[in-house]
Design a protein around this ligand. Structure first.
Ligand code: HEC
Length: 152
């Protein structure tokens, strides 16, 4: 590869990198797409919280391997909804209340609290006691935000 080509290839790589960094709003063509995306992420996360909860309550036998798989998914899913809270996406089939956009700092700190708790889940669910404790802490972080920003 000659030198000019190498420089051009690097410039392309940099340009591709900047595409990844486009503002969140640009990732969703319509407000409905953003609402769909975040509700889907919440739905998957809640499903796996439910699986852990069934073990915590003894409705399902404790199984460390599947608890860990759910915990890892919850940790991953807990990072996803936030970029989809694009400004103006509070209409339609959204159940947002209390204006998370006007209270952006508070909304963000509630997200961070959740992600801090879900980050502890994969290690915590190695035992039933650990699962119960960290599931409770995680559930409280869900509730703290829902009380303020999710219409029931
Ligand atoms: C920082 C705030 C926040 C946190 C933390 C949070 N949620 Fe939510 N959640 C919301 C908001 C806001 C909505 C409403 C979104 C909408 O309808 O546009 C919502 C909606 C949902 C929905 C309904 C999805 C649908 O299909 O309508 C479920 C289920 C849900 N959350 C589960 C959870 C679970 C489980 C956790 C914790 C593991 C959690 N959420 C943590 C803010 C939060």
């Amino acid at each position: 590869m000659n030198k000019n080509l190498a420089v051009a290839a690097m410039a392309l790589a940099v340009a591709a990198g900047s595409l990844v960094a486009t503002p969140a709003a640009a990732q969703f063509a319509k407000a409905e797409d953003a609402i769909d995306y975040r509700q889907s992420a919440f739905t998957v996360m809640a499903n796996h919280m439910g699986r852990l909860s069934a073990m915590a309550k003894g409705e399902k036998p404790f199984d460390a391997a599947s608890a860990k798989a759910s915990a890892q998914l919850i940790q991953t899913m807990s990072k996803l909804p936030w970029e989809a809270f694009t400004p103006g996406s509070d209409g339609g089939f959204s159940n947002v209340k209390g204006d998370p956009w006007k209270n952006a700092d508070d909304f963000k700190s509630l997200q961070e609290k959740l992600m801090a708790e879900t980050a502890k889940l994969p290690d915590a669910v190695g035992s039933l006691d650990g699962l119960r404790k960290q599931l409770g802490a995680t559930g409280s972080a869900c509730k703290a935000c829902h009380d303020k920003y999710r219409a029931q």
